[in-house]
Design a protein around this ligand. Structure first.
Ligand SMILES: *[C@@H]1O[C@H](CO)[C@@H](O)[C@H](O)[C@H]1NC(C)=O
Ligand SMILES: *[C@@H]1O[C@H](CO)[C@@H](O)[C@H](O)[C@H]1NC(C)=O
Length: 276
């Protein structure tokens, strides 16, 4: 399974997130500060229990606690509770210590419903998150949004962004991606009288360094890598000089074109060989 690490993007997002989180929380707190102080005083005299000195009930003296919504939470310090909201696009995770707001994929929201209204910007549907770009025929890009600013990234060549798993994955595994249109290759039907093989191999019609593996009728693209080409006879990546009709000059050209189109350097797939 080809997955693409998001850790770099994640760090980038977290850095921006911590800054804006601090700012937005301060703003939120200021707005409620006076009101809360009054209520705290009232509550203190009406109900001087150590865990309910504020208007917000604290299950424990210290910690963060879920509310009925997915992105709200209560932060308790020394028994004083404060209602808080995660930044738009993030959800509260009751299972983590430290910074409790995370991407939706990491949070189980069972039993809670609703979030604050989305704060979309021109670049982003939410202030924070990962979002697929393009349509079913262009599935290879995604946007990371941090504080409403969108940063566009490319999946490694041949992979599609899966907004359910936040990963770059085989396009046939991504529900809203049309693998054939995206890769520009359709798997030929299995000839009559032959058993349907699970994996079938085809050299790319455009470029002999790349090849397609048809998995249950849907293509996956592989790149043999520099100096190598797909040899249809051996069904393996071979020296480019060993593959008939694969002139290196032609491929260097194609690679350059492809590199120009993509901002990220190509990440070459290891020539994996499935033998059914
Ligand atoms: C809560 O945290 C404060 C420091 O922030 C600490 O002094 C106090 O002992 C803690 N209370 C409990 C019950 O852990
Ligand atoms: C090309 O073919 C020759 C002869 O089969 C083989 O020895 C050589 O390793 C091949 N080149 C590459 C790069 O695989």
């Amino acid at each position: 399974m080809a997955n693409f690490s998001m850790s770099n993007y994640f760090l980038l997002a977290v850095a921006a997130l911590l800054v804006t989180q601090a700012i937005s929380q301060r703003r939120f707190n200021n707005a409620n500060y006076q009101q809360q102080q009054q209520k705290q005083q009232q509550n203190f005299y009406n109900n001087p229990s150590p865990n309910t000195v504020s208007n917000v009930h604290c299950p424990e003296a210290n910690g963060t606690f879920a509310t009925s919504t997915c992105d709200g939470y209560i932060e308790c310090k020394d028994g004083v509770g404060e209602e808080k909201l995660c930044a738009d696009g993030l959800l509260f995770n009751p299972d983590v210590r430290g910074f409790p707001c995370q991407y939706p994929i990491d949070v189980d929201c069972t039993g809670r419903t609703g979030t604050q209204p989305p704060q979309a910007t021109e670049e982003c549907p939410h202030q924070y998150g990962y979002f697929a770009l393009g349509d079913a025929t262009h599935c290879g890009q995604f946007k990371n949004c941090a504080a409403g600013r969108g940063y566009t990234f490319d999946c490694p060549e041949g992979l599609a962004f899966n907004s359910q798993s936040y990963r770059c994955d085989w396009p046939d595994q991504v529900p809203d991606c049309d693998a054939e249109a995206f890769l520009g290759f359709s798997c030929p039907p299995v000839a009559k009288g032959f058993l349907s093989e699970e994996y079938r191999y085809f050299r790319s019609p455009n470029d002999c360094q790349r090849y397609f593996v048809c998995v249950s009728g849907k293509p996956r693209m592989y790149n043999c890598g520099e100096g190598l080409a797909y040899n249809e006879l051996s069904r393996e990546c071979d020296g480019i000089e060993n593959v008939t009709g694969c002139a290196p000059a032609y491929n260097a050209n194609y690679d350059q074109q492809l590199k120009k189109q993509q901002q990220q350097p190509l990440q070459q797939h290891k020539p994996q060989v499935f033998r059914g």
